[in-house]
Design a protein around this ligand. Structure first.
Ligand code: ADP
Ligand code: MG
Length: 361
């Protein structure tokens, strides 16, 4: 692609966008500001309203209320083809009887390009997705990953300011998915076009996005970089969505220096990070890799029976049964610095206060 001159403000801004299907509120007062050239992922389980939100930005659905702007332009009333936005669907919708080049040229129709200009653009697009030499091939002779890249090139043909991708890698197998994630990210960086990708796969969202927006039943409940969401989730819902987590119910105790609180739990008194009023019911969220198996229990450390140790190559996964019957999951990176405990042993379980996060119950 040719370097473009500086473009005017083209940031997407959603303000309290709502969509109802009869009694069901599919998207509930979602507000969001996208950064310039940002790669944003909407993450949430099936049915939480991701596609509906994306379809409203593209213009295939009309919000019941709220506004959608791109820079100074109010998109809300514009039909899809008048919006400087394009959407790539999971079913790539390539024309099977047309060559790759013809599929891409189709995406350029109506732009008033000469034949030579169009051919040049098709070449640029193929270079962008690393499919030079595939001009004459038909889509059914390509691999899934290659078809996905042709569809991406076609979606980018008109140089949209914003590209919307609904589960773009959903049809690819695991290995190809990871490879394609890297390519998608690289293409987006090269173009500087803002991307909004919908996915239900947290690992994918973490691999792709500058920021992730987590949706829960139509609402956007937390927005931030992957690391912030993973380490500082705002709720047990977000904590569980981003990865494996131990949740321990408790009651908030007194404050200690450094934002540390004591929390009374069925496992004993633990120390954790967070805020709230003493006496409040809370839940402590702690990731398995943050628990220290065999480590110093410390003044408030735990001990339990190691019931399972699963070798996973780069790490080992433990299950530890506590005296009250609760099971905690821990994991440790391999190679381990010390001896690896055996199933049946009693182990201590360190819970570092700065890795245990206090959430509303
Ligand atoms: P996601 O993409 O997160 O899986 P969707 O946005 O597709 O979720 O759907 C959100 C909710 O809205 C679901 O309960 C779905 O059944 C409902 N829904 C989506 N589209 C329609 C429609 N055209 N008519 C009625 N209900 C719909
Ligand atoms: Mg969907």
């Amino acid at each position: 692609m040719h370097p473009s001159p500086p473009r005017p403000d083209q940031r997407l801004r959603l303000e309290r966008v709502t969509k109802r299907f009869s009694a069901h509120t599919a998207v509930d007062a979602v507000s969001l500001d996208l950064g310039e050239g940002e790669f944003f992922c909407l993450l949430g389980p099936s049915g939480c309203g991701k596609s509906t939100l994306l379809r409203m930005v593209a213009g295939f659905e009309t919000p019941d209320s709220g506004t959608i702007r791109l820079g100074e332009t109010d998109l809300t009333a514009l039909p899809p083809h008048r919006r400087p936005v394009n959407m790539m669907f999971q079913s790539y919708a390539l024309f099977p009887h047309m060559s790759v080049a013809a599929n891409l040229a189709y995406g350029l129709k109506g732009l008033g390009l000469s034949r030579a200009q169009a051919a040049g653009r098709v070449r640029d697009l193929l270079r962008l997705v690393r499919l030079e030499g595939f001009e004459a091939r038909r889509p059914d002779t390509l691999s899934g990953g290659q078809r996905q890249r042709v569809a991406l090139a076609r979606a980018l043909a008109r140089e949209p300011r914003l590209l919307l991708l609904d589960e773009p890698l959903g049809a690819l197998d695991r290995a190809l998915r990871e490879e394609t994630q890297g390519e998608l990210r690289a293409i987006q960086r090269r173009l500087g076009t803002s991307f909004v990708v919908v996915t239900h796969d947290a690992a994918e969202a973490m691999a792709l996005a500058d920021r992730i927006g987590v949706m829960e039943r139509g609402r956007l409940v937390q927005v931030g970089p992957a690391r912030a969401l993973y380490e500082h989730p705002a709720s047990r819902y977000v904590a569980g969505l981003l990865g494996d987590v131990n949740l321990i119910d408790g009651r908030l105790g007194r404050a200690e220096p450094g934002g540390i609180r004591s929390v009374e739990t069925a496992l004993g008194i633990l120390r954790a990070s967070g805020e709230g009023e003493a006496g409040n019911a809370v839940v402590i969220a702690v990731r398995p890799e943050r628990l220290i198996v065999g480590g110093e229990g410390g003044p408030h450390g735990l001990s339990g029976l190691l019931t399972e140790a699963t070798f996973l190559g780069d790490r080992i996964r433990y299950r530890v049964e506590m005296a009250n019957g609760t099971t905690l999951r821990a994991s440790a990176a391999l190679p381990a610095p010390g001896p690896i405990p055996a199933v049946g042993e009693t182990v201590t379980l360190g819970v570092p206060a700065d890795s245990a996060w206090i959430l509303p119950a």
